[in-house]
Design a protein around this ligand. Structure first.
Ligand code: PRT
Ligand code: ZN
Length: 210
């Protein structure tokens, strides 16, 4: 019998909820922080623990059959995968934010301005759709300190409580996308019997939570 592989985040904001969801589906597995792969003893499934950024490509390329990852990561990596199920956790929004004392007043005011982000692909599409031409500065983290350092006029970053923006003297200015954790698979994988069985279990866990 074939064994499916599901990729989930190894550590970070989605790890705990992903593990909890799979356990609530009745799947038995060890969750050692040191292991990268964990077999499920009562379902033909192996769990791969990965950096979230790698999950969409692993699924697209067939290294994993399924993945749990934020929609923001999928959109940014521009992969071809099927969205199988929204999971209701990891909710956040990708927003453009500006310093509290900024003189930018409208989206058009972002023309010619520097925007720091770790999401250049999504930001570019958004700005193009609004016919705005900004200088997108791709950085790998700590985006929120970049205006204070004089490195950018605005940022584009994920926001959940808004606390990070506030404590850095920034205010939300425009919504780019909203995101939550989703179950993804390869195109067409929704027709696979084992995958169907797993989706049904996930859906009943989600229904029980409503
Ligand atoms: O190590 P790995 O690469 O796997 O993890 P990571 O560091 O890239 O991602 P991680 O664990 O931080 O986030 C994983 C996913 O959680 C993201 O891709 C989103 O889909 C989702 N998520 C939900 C968030 C947030 N909420 C969130 N608030 N991801 C990041 N943040 C950050 C944000 O970037 C900012 O720095 O939290 C800060 C803002 O939070 P608030 O509450 O102050 O607004
Ligand atoms: Zn990441």
């Amino acid at each position: 019998m074939k064994t499916l592989k599901i990729a989930i985040q190894k550590s970070g904001r989605l790890n705990e909820k992903s593990v909890e969801l799979l356990k609530n589906c009745g799947l038995n597995f060890e969750n050692y922080k040191s292991s990268l792969i964990s077999p499920v003893s009562n379902f033909p499934l192996e769990i791969l623990f990965l950096r979230d950024d790698d999950i969409p490509e692993y699924v697209q390329d067939g290294i994993a059959d399924l993945g749990i990852v934020g929609e923001n990561v999928i959109e940014e990596t521009e992969v071809e995968v099927s969205y199988l199920q929204r999971l209701g956790f990891g909710k956040c929004s990708l927003k453009i934010a500006i310093p509290n004392n900024s003189d930018i007043q409208s989206l058009a005011g972002l023309n010619g301005k520097a925007i720091a982000t770790t999401y250049p692909v999504i930001l570019k599409k958004f700005l193009d759709s609004k016919k705005i031409d900004s200088d997108i500065r791709t950085i790998s983290g700590s985006v929120e300190i970049s205006p204070g350092l004089g490195l950018s006029d605005a940022i584009c970053d994920l926001v959940s409580t808004g606390g990070t923006l506030k404590s850095n003297g920034l205010k939300a200015f425009a919504d780019v996308m909203s995101s939550e954790a989703v179950l993804i698979g390869r195109k067409g994988s929704e027709n696979d019997d084992l995958i169907k069985e797993l989706i049904q279990r996930i859906q009943s866990v989600l229904r029980a939570k409503e």
